[in-house]
Design a protein around this ligand. Structure first.
Ligand code: URA
Length: 287
């Protein structure tokens, strides 16, 4: 006798649940793709990267950076092999190094195929705020709202971040915001070390082009990555560190802070966040 729970509808529901469980919870294109036949299709031609710059100004113009790309994203052609971790890092370093302006860096990042997260994200989330700001905040990775809108920190944790900054007289006209990763990890899972390593050269060049007077990593992933430390954020937060990079004139003071998403889950920790904000305010007054 056949199992009454084994109906086509039950199968479809089970398949949907399975997709949601593994983080496939986003439509990334208006048109469905039949992945069972995708490999047999001819490869999609990709736009070549812009030619290397002919030497322009090192300091970019004051154009806020986030420009959402077209609604649908063509995944990498099946024929192309994904880059290995060290190959991806080397390619990212070479491309990032060539960028002389923020615009060139954003184009290079958008043309970079060394991080598989790009294939599942709707948008490349580059940055928001004022490129001439003295304070640069760096989060972890875009969430769902950021992925949709193509801008960092526009969802609930972004709203909290805006309120926190307002307490010390800051807003997006006098801070600059980016993330360790420009693409949303499916289902908001934590980024892997390989994903971070593939994208880090772009962020390092990003910091060089902005040349901030203070860096603020938000959350453990950002703090550990930027400072190359193993301790968690509860150890690192509220302390001053130095960040150096060959393209910066000197070291930049860094104060890691708790991530706003963590504060939403642990409101009691707002006490510490308030202390760190006051320390940041004090530093800004003295630079
Ligand atoms: N969390 C982050 O770390 N970055 C964002 O842009 C949004 C949420």
């Amino acid at each position: 006798m056949s199992d009454p729970s084994h109906t086509p509808a039950a199968d479809i529901l089970a398949a949907l649940r399975w997709h949601a469980d593994i983080g496939c919870d986003e439509a990334i294109s208006d048109e469905p793709t039949d992945w069972t036949t995708f490999a047999a299709r001819p490869a999609v031609a990709r736009a070549p990267m812009a030619p290397p710059p002919g030497g322009g100004a090192a300091r970019p113009g004051a154009t806020p950076a986030a420009t959402p790309r077209a609604a649908s994203y063509a995944p990498a052609p099946a024929a192309s092999q994904p880059l290995g971790a060290s190959e991806a890092g080397a390619s990212a370093r070479a491309r990032a190094k060539e960028a002389r302006t923020l615009e060139e860096l954003e184009s290079a990042l958008r043309a970079f195929d060394g991080c598989p997260l790009k294939a599942t994200a709707m948008n490349t989330v580059f940055a928001d705020g004022n490129p001439d700001a003295r304070v640069m905040l760096i989060g972890e990775a875009p969430g769902e709202d950021e992925d949709r809108q193509g801008k960092p920190f526009v969802g609930v944790s972004g709203k909290l971040l805006d309120r926190m900054l307002a307490q010390i007289g800051l807003d997006r006209t006098n801070v600059y915001i980016s993330n360790i990763l420009p693409w949303r990890p499916p289902g908001n899972r934590s980024p892997t070390q390989a994903e971070i390593a593939a994208c880090l050269p772009f962020l390092e060049r990003h910091v060089e082009l902005i040349g901030p007077k203070v860096l603020v990593p938000l959350g453990g992933t950002s703090a550990k990555t930027l400072l190359n430390r193993a301790e968690g954020i509860t150890r690192l937060r509220g302390q001053w560190f130095d960040y150096s990079s060959p393209g910066l004139p000197g070291s930049v003071p860094v104060i890691p802070m708790l991530h706003p998403a963590y504060l939403l889950r642990n409101p009691i920790a707002k006490r510490e966040a308030w202390r760190d904000l006051l320390a940041l305010k004090q530093k800004i007054l003295n630079i």
